[in-house]
Design a protein around this ligand. Structure first.
Ligand SMILES: Nc1nc2c(c(=O)[nH]1)N[C@H]1C(S)=C(S)[C@@H](COP(=O)(O)O)O[C@H]1N2
Ligand SMILES: [Mo]
Length: 372
C-alpha cells in the first residue's frame, strides 16, 4: 500500500509504483540481498538449499540457539517455553514443500510495485523440510475457545510503511491447526541456515511464503483478528491505495520451464539447435493440484498438452515435459498450468502490490540449424 514516510527518502514519485521500465538502485540492492532460484534449478525434484529462493524483509537477526526458546502463550490454559531440544524430542515429520514468494513475477506487471523486483518466476523452491507438527503443541497449551487468530512473531525487527515492527503474521485457528502446518528446524536434512530462519521457522504448506515466519520466537493466541502491518497493509489484492482489498493466502497455479538451449550472457535470450527439443519444467498450485500443463511455441497462438510426471509430495510440484520440433528462426515459448479447480494461468495481470502474480511464462529463443 502506498504510504508517505517522513523519516526516509522517497523512492520514485511516492506513489509506490513505477512504469519507466527501469529499476531504482534501492530495488537492485534488495535484489542483491534476496535471490531467486535460477530456473535451470527446476531440473532438481528437491531444490538444493543454496539454490532455494530467499526473501528477508529486514536483517537476518542474531539468534543464539543455545539460549533461544519458543514461547507459546496468549489465550492458553498453559504457557509453554520450549528449547530447540524440546522441539526435536517431539514427533518429527519430513516433507517436500513448494514455497513461493507472493511477490513472484512482480516486475512483469506494469506499472510495477516498487519492492523486491522478482523478474521471471524465480522466487520459488521445493526443499524437504523437517520439524514437528504445530497442532499437538497448541492442544497441549490448551487454546481458549475464544481464540480467533494465532500470531507468529519472528526475532527480526525493522520498519516498513513507516511502522516499526517485528515480522509478524497470523493464521486463523482452523488454518493454524491443520495437520501439515509444522515448526521446521531442518531443511534438506541439515539444520536451518541463518538466512532461512535458524533455529526454527513456521512452515505452512500451500500458502505463499510470507506466512512461513522465520526466526520464530513466539506463538500467541488472540480473541480478535490480528491487525499487524504484514497482515492488513502488506499482502493484499487491491488496485487502489485506499482500498484494503482481500488478503493474499494460498499459492496459485503456475508452470515454469527450465529455459532450453544456451543463454546469451547479457540478454539471457536462448540459443537452441534445430530439431527435436524436450521442453520441461515443474508445475504446482499450492494446496490444489495440477490438472493440465499446456505449452505454446508461437507466443500463445496454439497450445499443446504436456505430459505430467508424479507429484513430488502432497504440497509439492510435479514435472511436465513436451517435445518441440524446433525450426530455425526466433520463437516465443509459453507455458501455463490449470489447477484442479479449473483455474488457468492468465496472459496478463495487475494489482497494486504486485502480489499473487501467476501470468503464463514466456521465454524468447532463437533457433539455428547448427549452433556455432
Ligand atoms: N521473520 C521473517 N519471516 C519471514 C520473512 C521475513 O522477512 N522475516 N519473509 C517471508 C517471506 S515474504 C517469504 S517469501 C519467505 C521466504 O522464505 P525463504 O527465504 O526461506 O525462502 O519467508 C517469510 N518469512
Ligand atoms: Mo515473500
Amino acid at each position: 500500500m502506498a504510504r508517505r514516510t517522513q523519516r526516509f527518502h522517497t523512492v520514485g514519485d511516492g506513489s509506490g509504483v513505477d512504469d519507466t521500465g527501469k529499476f531504482f538502485p534501492e530495488e537492485v540492492a534488495l535484489a542483491l540481498r534476496n535471490k531467486g532460484m535460477p530456473l535451470e534449478g527446476l531440473r532438481y525434484p528437491i531444490t538444493p538449499t543454496g539454490m532455494h529462493y530467499l526473501l528477508v524483509h529486514f536483517d537476518v537477526p542474531e539468534v543464539d540457539t543455545a539460549s533461544w526458546r519458543l514461547h507459546i502463550g496468549g489465550l492458553v490454559g498453559k504457557t509453554l517455553s520450549l528449547s530447540l531440544n524440546d522441539l526435536k524430542a517431539r514427533p518429527a515429520v519430513s516433507m517436500p514443500v513448494t514455497m513461493e514468494c507472493a511477490g513472484n513475477g512482480r516486475a512483469q506487471m506494469s506499472p510495477r510495485s516498487i519492492s523486491q523486483p522478482w523478474m521471471k518466476g524465480e522466487a520459488i523452491g521445493n526443499a524437504e523440510w523437517t520439524g514437528t507438527p504445530l497442532a499437538p503443541l497448541l492442544t497441549e497449551a490448551r487454546l481458549d475457545s475464544t481464540t480467533i487468530d494465532v500470531v507468529f512473531t519472528g526475532a527480526d525487527r525493522g520498519v516498513q510503511g513507516d511502522a516499526v515492527q517485528f515480522y509478524q503474521r497470523s493464521l486463523g485457528i482452523a488454518e493454524a491447526t491443520r495437520d501439515e502446518v509444522m515448526l521446521a528446524y531442518a531443511m534438506n536434512g541439515r539444520p536451518l541456515e541463518p538466512h532461512h530462519g535458524a533455529p526454527l521457522r513456521l512452515l505452512v504448506p500451500g500458502w505463499f511464503g510470507m506466512t512461513s515466519v522465520k526466526w520464530l520466537v513466539s506463538i500467541e493466541a488472540i480473541d480478535r483478528e490480528f491487525d499487524g502491518y504484514q497482515q492488513v497493509c502488506a499482502y493484499r489484492y487491491t488496485d487502489d491505495p485506499d482500498d484494503p482489498g482481500e488478503p493474499v493466502s494460498l499459492i496459485r497455479g503456475r508452470a515454469l520451464m527450465a529455459p532450453p538451449g544456451i543463454p546469451d550472457f547479457l540478454t539471457r535470450t536462448r540459443l537452441v539447435e534445430a530439431g527435436s527439443v524436450t521442453l520441461a519444467g515443474r508445475a504446482w498450485a499450492g494446496r490444489s493440484d495440477i490438472l493440465r500443463v499446456e505449452v505454446s511455441a508461437d507466443d500463445g497462438a496454439t497450445w499443446h498438452e504436456a505430459r505430467l510426471g508424479e507429484r513430488v509430495g502432497e504440497y509439492s510440484w510435479r514435472e511436465w515435459s513436451w517435445e518441440w520440433e524446433a525450426r530455425p528462426g526466433p520463437h516465443t515459448l509459453c507455458v501455463r498450468a490449470t489447477d484442479a479447480e479449473g483455474n488457468v494461468q492468465p496472459d496478463s495481470q495487475w494489482n497494486l502490490q504486485g502480489v499473487g502474480n501467476n501470468m503464463a511464462q514466456r521465454v524468447d529463443v532463437i533457433v539455428e540449424e547448427v549452433i556455432g
